[in-house]
Design a protein around this ligand. Structure first.
Ligand code: PTJ
Length: 265
């Protein structure tokens, strides 16, 4: 049930609908209050990226799919925002990549973990790790609630997909020798900078593309996946995303500067 009526012809109808969905999921106890703030931060970067999946993002998506498919024990880490936005895609991707799904929260409470588990199960998940006492392992040197992980999941994983993450855990997972795939609209964040593969895209657009890429690469086989990974350079890819933001700002600035003051107001 939405709280406002979003006119379908509103120029920002799509963005407003996504916002509304997150607000609803917050009221249902799935998205943390801070998750709404995090979403606003993401929106600002999305605006600067042109609100579309860019070329570097597409390359990173393909590399991420290849990494999940070639991993021995891949895990998809799910927080409130991810569950609220792309639960179905998480389940599909897990099936294709034979990955486990684990709930891992920064603002952890049993109620939230259970609400997210329920949402994932409704989307078709058969097993959800990281619930209650099952999250009995600890990521060393990590102080936040994100340190609580499932010994059958993130702790045993060699590759972890971490959408909308905070930098600390990404760094800690990399220190443990795990490959980390981040989805983060901010290419300058610590997560984006420290991950093994960074997808600078909105999770809402990236997740269905990740499912498609994984399906296609699975059909093409493991050698193709290795080739994709060999040809991917995360630093170069991040630099391309930052350059695109620069270009968009310059374009916007030159358009704005040719408009009259009354037009701008
Ligand atoms: O559900 P919890 O308890 O685990 O909490 C989740 C949040 C997101 C609140 C928590 O992880 C957090 O505080 O994250 P940060 O440090 O605010 O980082 C979130 C990052 O995700 C920021 O860099 C945002 O730009 C980015 N982001 C926000 N919305 C999206 C996004 N990236 C991709 N797609 C989005 N829709």
């Amino acid at each position: 049930m939405t709280h406002i009526n979003i006119p379908p012809d509103h120029p920002r109808a799509e963005s407003l609908t996504i916002r509304e969905k997150l607000v609803e999921r917050h009221l249902e106890g799935i998205v943390a209050a801070s998750g709404l703030i995090a979403h606003g931060r993401g929106e600002a970067f999305d605006y600067l990226l042109g609100e579309k999946t860019t070329r570097p993002a597409s390359k990173a998506i393909r590399a991420a799919a290849a990494m999940l498919l070639t991993a021995e024990n891949p895990v998809i880490s799910v927080n409130g925002n991810t569950a609220a936005s792309v639960a179905e895609e998480v389940v599909k991707l897990a099936e294709i990549a034979e990955a486990k799904i684990e709930v891992n929260l920064f603002y952890r409470s049993l109620e939230r973990v259970l609400a997210i588990k329920k949402l994932l199960e409704k989307a078709g998940a058969r097993q959800v790790l990281g619930v209650g006492k099952r999250a009995s392992a600890r990521i060393p040197e990590l102080r936040s609630e994100r340190r609580r992980v499932d010994p059958r999941g993130i702790m045993a994983a060699d590759a972890v997909l971490v959408p909308l993450e905070d930098g600390d855990r990404t760094e800690a997972l990399v220190r443990l020798g795990k490959k980390v795939i981040a989805v983060d609209l901010n290419p300058l964040s610590r997560t984006a900078q420290k991950a093994t593969i960074t997808i600078v895209d909105n999770i809402v657009r990236a997740a269905p593309r990740l499912v498609q890429a994984a399906q296609k690469l699975k059909e093409q086989g493991v050698e193709k996946c290795r080739e994709v990974l060999l040809n991917f350079d995360n630093r170069k890819n991040l630099a391309e995303s930052i350059a695109l933001i620069d270009e968009n700002l310059l374009k916007k600035f030159s358009r704005e500067s040719t408009r009259t003051v009354s037009e701008r107001d």
